[in-house]
Write a protein that binds this ligand. Sequence first.
Ligand code: GMT
Length: 382
Amino acid sequence: MKVGITCYPVYGGSGVVATELGKALAARGHEIHFIAYSLPFRLSHVTENIYFHEVNVNTYPLFEYPPYSLALTSKMVDVVRYEQLDLLHVHYAIPHATSAVLARQILDEQHLPVPVVTTLHGTDITIVGQDPSFAPVVNYSINQSDGVTAVSDYLRRETLDHFDVDRDIEVIPNFIDTERFRRLNKEHFKRALCPNGEKVLVHVSNFRPVKNAQDVVKVFHRLREEDLPVKLLLVGDGPDRMPTEHLARQLGVYEDVRFLGKQEPIEEILSIADVFLMPSGSETFGLAGLEAMACNVPVVCSDIGGLPELVTEGESGFLCPLGDVDALTDRTRRLLTDEDLHARMSEAARARAVDVFDIKHIIPHYESYYERVLAQAEVAEV
Ligand code: GMT
Protein backbone atom coordinates (compact mmCIF):
# COMPACT_ATOMS: atom_id res chain seq x y z
CA MET A 1 0.00 0.00 0.00
CA LYS A 2 1.12 3.58 -0.57
CA VAL A 3 0.10 5.65 2.44
CA GLY A 4 0.41 9.39 3.11
CA ILE A 5 0.83 10.19 6.81
CA THR A 6 0.33 13.66 8.26
CA CYS A 7 1.09 14.58 11.86
CA TYR A 8 2.52 17.30 14.08
CA PRO A 9 6.23 16.64 13.64
CA VAL A 10 7.29 18.22 16.94
CA TYR A 11 7.71 16.71 20.40
CA GLY A 12 4.40 15.04 21.34
CA GLY A 13 2.57 11.74 21.53
CA SER A 14 0.52 11.97 18.34
CA GLY A 15 3.63 12.71 16.28
CA VAL A 16 5.47 9.82 17.90
CA VAL A 17 2.62 7.40 17.20
CA ALA A 18 2.29 8.56 13.57
CA THR A 19 6.02 8.31 12.94
CA GLU A 20 6.48 4.93 14.58
CA LEU A 21 3.45 3.63 12.68
CA GLY A 22 4.91 4.86 9.39
CA LYS A 23 8.30 3.32 10.14
CA ALA A 24 6.73 -0.01 11.09
CA LEU A 25 4.51 -0.06 7.99
CA ALA A 26 7.54 0.71 5.82
CA ALA A 27 9.41 -2.18 7.44
CA ARG A 28 6.51 -4.42 6.39
CA GLY A 29 6.91 -3.35 2.76
CA HIS A 30 4.45 -0.46 2.45
CA GLU A 31 5.50 2.82 0.84
CA ILE A 32 5.10 5.67 3.32
CA HIS A 33 4.98 9.38 2.50
CA PHE A 34 5.15 11.74 5.47
CA ILE A 35 3.55 15.11 4.72
CA ALA A 36 4.30 17.69 7.43
CA TYR A 37 5.82 21.12 8.03
CA SER A 38 9.12 19.61 9.18
CA LEU A 39 10.77 16.22 9.46
CA PRO A 40 9.02 14.30 12.28
CA PHE A 41 11.47 14.25 15.20
CA ARG A 42 11.47 10.46 15.49
CA LEU A 43 12.25 10.15 11.78
CA SER A 44 15.97 10.63 11.97
CA HIS A 45 16.60 9.31 8.48
CA VAL A 46 14.52 8.29 5.49
CA THR A 47 14.89 4.78 4.13
CA GLU A 48 14.15 3.10 0.83
CA ASN A 49 10.38 3.22 1.14
CA ILE A 50 9.98 6.24 3.42
CA TYR A 51 9.58 9.67 1.85
CA PHE A 52 9.19 13.11 3.36
CA HIS A 53 7.28 15.99 1.74
CA GLU A 54 7.65 19.34 3.44
CA VAL A 55 4.69 21.72 3.54
CA ASN A 56 5.82 25.26 2.82
CA VAL A 57 3.60 28.13 3.84
CA ASN A 58 4.30 31.26 1.85
CA THR A 59 3.88 34.57 3.54
CA TYR A 60 2.02 37.40 1.84
CA PRO A 61 1.42 40.94 3.12
CA LEU A 62 -2.32 40.29 3.47
CA PHE A 63 -1.85 37.16 5.56
CA GLU A 64 -1.72 38.03 9.21
CA TYR A 65 -2.28 34.30 9.76
CA PRO A 66 -0.68 32.34 6.89
CA PRO A 67 -3.17 29.57 5.97
CA TYR A 68 -1.21 26.41 6.83
CA SER A 69 -4.27 24.17 6.40
CA LEU A 70 -4.60 25.20 2.75
CA ALA A 71 -0.90 24.76 2.04
CA LEU A 72 -1.19 21.29 3.58
CA THR A 73 -4.22 20.50 1.39
CA SER A 74 -2.35 21.54 -1.75
CA LYS A 75 0.65 19.44 -0.76
CA MET A 76 -1.61 16.44 -0.12
CA VAL A 77 -3.23 16.84 -3.55
CA ASP A 78 0.19 17.04 -5.14
CA VAL A 79 1.63 14.02 -3.34
CA VAL A 80 -1.44 11.83 -3.89
CA ARG A 81 -1.47 12.67 -7.59
CA TYR A 82 2.23 12.26 -8.33
CA GLU A 83 3.05 9.45 -5.93
CA GLN A 84 -0.26 7.65 -6.60
CA LEU A 85 -1.11 7.16 -2.96
CA ASP A 86 -3.82 4.67 -1.98
CA LEU A 87 -4.79 6.35 1.28
CA LEU A 88 -4.22 9.41 3.47
CA HIS A 89 -3.89 8.81 7.20
CA VAL A 90 -3.95 11.95 9.34
CA HIS A 91 -3.15 12.20 13.05
CA TYR A 92 -4.89 14.84 15.22
CA ALA A 93 -8.08 16.23 13.70
CA ILE A 94 -7.19 19.93 13.71
CA PRO A 95 -6.47 20.90 10.99
CA HIS A 96 -5.20 17.67 9.44
CA ALA A 97 -8.56 15.92 8.98
CA THR A 98 -10.06 19.03 7.42
CA SER A 99 -7.13 19.47 5.02
CA ALA A 100 -7.33 15.80 4.01
CA VAL A 101 -11.10 15.88 3.42
CA LEU A 102 -10.70 18.94 1.22
CA ALA A 103 -7.79 17.30 -0.64
CA ARG A 104 -9.98 14.24 -1.26
CA GLN A 105 -12.77 16.43 -2.65
CA ILE A 106 -10.33 18.13 -5.03
CA LEU A 107 -8.91 14.77 -6.11
CA ASP A 108 -12.40 13.32 -6.61
CA GLU A 109 -13.00 15.96 -9.25
CA GLN A 110 -9.90 14.71 -11.02
CA HIS A 111 -11.07 11.07 -10.76
CA LEU A 112 -8.30 10.25 -8.31
CA PRO A 113 -10.18 8.86 -5.32
CA VAL A 114 -8.21 8.64 -2.08
CA PRO A 115 -9.85 7.58 1.18
CA VAL A 116 -9.04 9.50 4.35
CA VAL A 117 -8.42 7.86 7.74
CA THR A 118 -8.40 10.21 10.73
CA THR A 119 -6.88 9.18 14.05
CA LEU A 120 -8.17 11.17 17.02
CA HIS A 121 -5.52 11.59 19.70
CA GLY A 122 -6.57 13.78 22.56
CA THR A 123 -7.19 17.47 22.95
CA ASP A 124 -8.39 17.61 19.34
CA ILE A 125 -11.54 16.11 20.92
CA THR A 126 -11.37 16.70 24.68
CA ILE A 127 -10.30 20.35 24.82
CA VAL A 128 -9.49 22.49 21.80
CA GLY A 129 -11.79 20.54 19.45
CA GLN A 130 -14.79 21.44 21.59
CA ASP A 131 -14.05 25.16 21.41
CA PRO A 132 -16.82 26.81 19.37
CA SER A 133 -14.17 28.25 17.06
CA PHE A 134 -13.31 24.73 15.88
CA ALA A 135 -16.14 22.37 16.86
CA PRO A 136 -18.29 22.55 13.68
CA VAL A 137 -15.26 21.98 11.46
CA VAL A 138 -14.00 19.09 13.60
CA ASN A 139 -17.46 17.54 13.57
CA TYR A 140 -17.73 17.85 9.79
CA SER A 141 -14.23 16.48 9.21
CA ILE A 142 -14.86 13.43 11.40
CA ASN A 143 -18.09 12.62 9.58
CA GLN A 144 -16.49 13.18 6.19
CA SER A 145 -13.47 10.94 6.87
CA ASP A 146 -13.70 7.48 5.33
CA GLY A 147 -12.38 5.92 8.53
CA VAL A 148 -11.94 7.22 12.06
CA THR A 149 -9.87 5.67 14.83
CA ALA A 150 -9.41 6.67 18.47
CA VAL A 151 -6.46 5.74 20.69
CA SER A 152 -8.65 4.56 23.58
CA ASP A 153 -12.21 3.58 24.31
CA TYR A 154 -12.45 6.64 26.53
CA LEU A 155 -11.64 8.89 23.55
CA ARG A 156 -14.17 7.06 21.39
CA ARG A 157 -16.88 7.71 24.03
CA GLU A 158 -15.83 11.35 24.47
CA THR A 159 -16.13 11.87 20.71
CA LEU A 160 -19.58 10.32 20.56
CA ASP A 161 -20.70 12.28 23.64
CA HIS A 162 -19.53 15.69 22.48
CA PHE A 163 -19.94 15.59 18.72
CA ASP A 164 -22.76 14.68 16.42
CA VAL A 165 -21.02 11.70 14.87
CA ASP A 166 -22.91 9.45 12.48
CA ARG A 167 -20.25 6.80 11.94
CA ASP A 168 -18.31 4.04 13.70
CA ILE A 169 -15.07 4.85 15.46
CA GLU A 170 -12.52 2.05 15.63
CA VAL A 171 -10.45 1.89 18.81
CA ILE A 172 -6.82 1.16 17.97
CA PRO A 173 -4.69 1.71 21.06
CA ASN A 174 -1.26 3.25 20.96
CA PHE A 175 1.68 0.90 20.89
CA ILE A 176 5.32 0.52 21.81
CA ASP A 177 8.36 -1.21 20.38
CA THR A 178 9.22 -3.35 23.40
CA GLU A 179 12.53 -4.37 21.87
CA ARG A 180 13.72 -0.76 21.83
CA PHE A 181 11.90 0.22 25.03
CA ARG A 182 13.20 -2.18 27.67
CA ARG A 183 15.28 -1.85 30.77
CA LEU A 184 18.90 -1.31 29.80
CA ASN A 185 21.93 -1.57 32.00
CA LYS A 186 22.65 2.08 32.81
CA GLU A 187 24.40 1.54 36.14
CA HIS A 188 27.12 4.13 35.40
CA PHE A 189 24.46 6.78 34.72
CA LYS A 190 22.56 5.77 37.86
CA ARG A 191 25.74 5.93 40.00
CA ALA A 192 26.66 9.34 38.62
CA LEU A 193 23.24 10.70 39.45
CA CYS A 194 22.61 8.84 42.67
CA PRO A 195 26.01 8.33 44.34
CA ASN A 196 24.34 7.22 47.57
CA GLY A 197 21.97 4.72 45.99
CA GLU A 198 18.98 7.07 45.99
CA LYS A 199 15.77 5.98 44.24
CA VAL A 200 14.69 7.83 41.11
CA LEU A 201 11.33 9.37 40.24
CA VAL A 202 10.76 10.37 36.61
CA HIS A 203 8.20 12.58 34.89
CA VAL A 204 8.20 13.08 31.11
CA SER A 205 5.88 15.54 29.41
CA ASN A 206 5.59 18.61 27.23
CA PHE A 207 4.99 20.69 30.40
CA ARG A 208 1.62 21.97 29.31
CA PRO A 209 -0.70 22.97 32.20
CA VAL A 210 -2.78 19.80 31.62
CA LYS A 211 0.21 17.68 32.74
CA ASN A 212 0.16 19.12 36.31
CA ALA A 213 3.96 18.92 36.51
CA GLN A 214 3.96 20.97 39.70
CA ASP A 215 2.17 18.13 41.51
CA VAL A 216 5.20 15.97 40.73
CA VAL A 217 7.41 18.44 42.60
CA LYS A 218 4.91 18.54 45.48
CA VAL A 219 5.03 14.73 45.79
CA PHE A 220 8.80 14.81 45.67
CA HIS A 221 8.95 17.52 48.34
CA ARG A 222 6.79 15.46 50.70
CA LEU A 223 8.96 12.40 50.23
CA ARG A 224 12.11 14.43 50.88
CA GLU A 225 10.49 15.84 54.05
CA GLU A 226 10.21 12.24 55.22
CA ASP A 227 13.96 11.87 54.54
CA LEU A 228 13.43 9.27 51.84
CA PRO A 229 16.60 9.10 49.74
CA VAL A 230 15.20 10.00 46.33
CA LYS A 231 15.98 12.11 43.27
CA LEU A 232 13.65 13.54 40.65
CA LEU A 233 14.26 13.70 36.90
CA LEU A 234 12.01 15.96 34.85
CA VAL A 235 12.21 15.37 31.12
CA GLY A 236 10.71 17.59 28.41
CA ASP A 237 9.99 21.25 28.02
CA GLY A 238 7.01 23.55 27.68
CA PRO A 239 5.12 26.45 29.20
CA ASP A 240 5.00 25.05 32.75
CA ARG A 241 8.68 24.30 33.06
CA MET A 242 9.56 27.67 34.59
CA PRO A 243 6.78 27.61 37.21
CA THR A 244 7.82 24.05 38.05
CA GLU A 245 11.44 25.15 38.50
CA HIS A 246 10.27 28.04 40.69
CA LEU A 247 8.24 25.68 42.86
CA ALA A 248 11.21 23.34 43.30
CA ARG A 249 13.32 26.29 44.49
CA GLN A 250 10.56 27.61 46.73
CA LEU A 251 10.15 24.23 48.40
CA GLY A 252 13.91 23.89 48.83
CA VAL A 253 14.28 20.67 46.80
CA TYR A 254 15.87 22.12 43.66
CA GLU A 255 19.25 20.52 44.47
CA ASP A 256 17.78 17.05 44.07
CA VAL A 257 15.74 17.78 40.96
CA ARG A 258 17.27 17.58 37.49
CA PHE A 259 15.52 19.31 34.59
CA LEU A 260 16.84 17.48 31.56
CA GLY A 261 14.84 19.22 28.80
CA LYS A 262 13.85 17.38 25.65
CA GLN A 263 15.67 14.08 25.47
CA GLU A 264 16.06 11.19 23.09
CA PRO A 265 16.56 8.29 23.62
CA ILE A 266 14.16 8.34 26.51
CA GLU A 267 14.56 4.61 27.28
CA GLU A 268 18.02 5.29 28.70
CA ILE A 269 16.57 7.63 31.31
CA LEU A 270 13.63 5.35 32.04
CA SER A 271 16.09 2.52 32.63
CA ILE A 272 17.23 4.10 35.89
CA ALA A 273 13.72 5.05 37.07
CA ASP A 274 11.94 3.43 40.02
CA VAL A 275 8.57 5.18 39.66
CA PHE A 276 6.99 7.18 36.82
CA LEU A 277 4.68 10.01 37.87
CA MET A 278 1.85 11.22 35.63
CA PRO A 279 -0.62 13.42 37.57
CA SER A 280 -2.29 14.74 34.37
CA GLY A 281 -5.66 16.46 34.38
CA SER A 282 -6.54 15.01 30.99
CA GLU A 283 -4.96 12.11 29.14
CA THR A 284 -6.66 10.05 26.47
CA PHE A 285 -3.99 7.36 26.48
CA GLY A 286 -0.73 8.39 28.18
CA LEU A 287 1.96 7.20 25.78
CA ALA A 288 4.74 8.42 28.09
CA GLY A 289 3.38 6.05 30.75
CA LEU A 290 3.47 3.14 28.32
CA GLU A 291 7.11 3.91 27.50
CA ALA A 292 7.86 3.76 31.23
CA MET A 293 5.97 0.48 31.69
CA ALA A 294 7.92 -1.12 28.83
CA CYS A 295 11.09 -0.22 30.78
CA ASN A 296 9.77 -1.99 33.92
CA VAL A 297 8.73 1.23 35.63
CA PRO A 298 5.39 1.20 37.52
CA VAL A 299 3.24 4.26 36.87
CA VAL A 300 1.55 6.39 39.55
CA CYS A 301 -1.03 8.52 37.77
CA SER A 302 -4.42 10.23 37.89
CA ASP A 303 -7.51 8.09 37.62
CA ILE A 304 -8.83 9.95 34.59
CA GLY A 305 -9.42 9.64 30.84
CA GLY A 306 -7.82 6.66 29.14
CA LEU A 307 -5.30 5.99 31.93
CA PRO A 308 -7.34 3.14 33.51
CA GLU A 309 -7.14 1.37 30.12
CA LEU A 310 -3.35 1.58 30.30
CA VAL A 311 -2.56 1.07 33.96
CA THR A 312 -4.16 -1.74 35.94
CA GLU A 313 -4.72 -0.50 39.49
CA GLY A 314 -2.44 -2.20 42.00
CA GLU A 315 -0.77 -4.34 39.32
CA SER A 316 1.17 -2.24 36.81
CA GLY A 317 0.75 1.01 38.75
CA PHE A 318 -1.60 3.05 40.89
CA LEU A 319 -4.53 5.26 39.86
CA CYS A 320 -5.12 8.21 42.20
CA PRO A 321 -7.97 10.72 42.38
CA LEU A 322 -7.22 13.79 40.26
CA GLY A 323 -5.17 16.41 42.13
CA ASP A 324 -4.81 14.23 45.24
CA VAL A 325 -1.18 14.88 46.15
CA ASP A 326 -1.59 12.83 49.36
CA ALA A 327 -2.65 9.75 47.41
CA LEU A 328 0.11 10.23 44.81
CA THR A 329 2.68 10.54 47.61
CA ASP A 330 1.33 7.53 49.47
CA ARG A 331 1.41 5.21 46.42
CA THR A 332 4.87 6.43 45.42
CA ARG A 333 6.16 5.88 48.96
CA ARG A 334 4.80 2.33 48.96
CA LEU A 335 6.63 1.54 45.75
CA LEU A 336 9.87 3.09 47.00
CA THR A 337 9.87 1.36 50.36
CA ASP A 338 8.43 -2.11 49.63
CA GLU A 339 10.92 -4.00 47.49
CA ASP A 340 8.69 -7.01 46.86
CA LEU A 341 5.78 -4.83 45.78
CA HIS A 342 8.08 -2.85 43.50
CA ALA A 343 9.56 -5.98 41.92
CA ARG A 344 6.08 -7.44 41.31
CA MET A 345 4.69 -4.26 39.82
CA SER A 346 7.67 -3.54 37.60
CA GLU A 347 7.38 -7.06 36.13
CA ALA A 348 3.63 -6.59 35.66
CA ALA A 349 4.18 -3.20 33.98
CA ARG A 350 6.58 -4.71 31.45
CA ALA A 351 4.30 -7.73 30.90
CA ARG A 352 1.30 -5.49 30.19
CA ALA A 353 3.31 -3.43 27.69
CA VAL A 354 4.49 -6.59 25.91
CA ASP A 355 1.22 -8.54 26.02
CA VAL A 356 -1.26 -5.79 25.19
CA PHE A 357 0.50 -2.85 23.57
CA ASP A 358 3.44 -4.29 21.65
CA ILE A 359 3.81 -2.80 18.18
CA LYS A 360 3.55 -6.33 16.72
CA HIS A 361 -0.06 -6.62 17.87
CA ILE A 362 -1.18 -3.15 16.82
CA ILE A 363 0.32 -2.62 13.34
CA PRO A 364 -1.72 -5.49 11.80
CA HIS A 365 -4.81 -3.84 13.29
CA TYR A 366 -4.04 -0.65 11.33
CA GLU A 367 -3.32 -2.66 8.17
CA SER A 368 -6.61 -4.54 8.32
CA TYR A 369 -8.44 -1.30 9.08
CA TYR A 370 -6.89 0.35 6.00
CA GLU A 371 -7.99 -2.64 3.91
CA ARG A 372 -11.55 -2.35 5.20
CA VAL A 373 -11.66 1.37 4.46
CA LEU A 374 -10.25 0.85 0.96
CA ALA A 375 -12.75 -1.93 0.26
CA GLN A 376 -15.67 0.25 1.43
CA ALA A 377 -14.43 3.15 -0.68
CA GLU A 378 -14.27 0.90 -3.75
CA VAL A 379 -17.82 -0.33 -3.16
CA ALA A 380 -19.02 3.27 -2.78
CA GLU A 381 -17.40 4.20 -6.09
CA VAL A 382 -19.13 1.46 -8.10
O1 GMT B 1 -3.90 15.90 22.33
C1 GMT B 1 -2.88 16.45 22.76
O2 GMT B 1 -2.86 17.22 23.69
C2 GMT B 1 -1.61 16.19 22.07
C3 GMT B 1 -1.34 14.78 21.88
C4 GMT B 1 0.08 14.78 21.46
O3 GMT B 1 0.29 15.01 20.28
O4 GMT B 1 0.95 14.64 22.32
O5 GMT B 1 -1.48 13.98 23.08
C5 GMT B 1 -2.54 13.06 23.08
O6 GMT B 1 -2.17 11.99 22.24
C6 GMT B 1 -1.21 11.08 22.75
C7 GMT B 1 -0.91 10.05 21.66
O7 GMT B 1 -2.06 9.39 21.24
C8 GMT B 1 -1.76 10.44 24.02
O8 GMT B 1 -0.83 9.50 24.53
C9 GMT B 1 -1.99 11.55 25.06
O9 GMT B 1 -2.60 10.98 26.18
C10 GMT B 1 -2.91 12.61 24.48
N1 GMT B 1 -2.89 13.78 25.38
C11 GMT B 1 -3.97 14.20 26.03
O10 GMT B 1 -5.05 13.63 25.96
C12 GMT B 1 -3.80 15.40 26.88
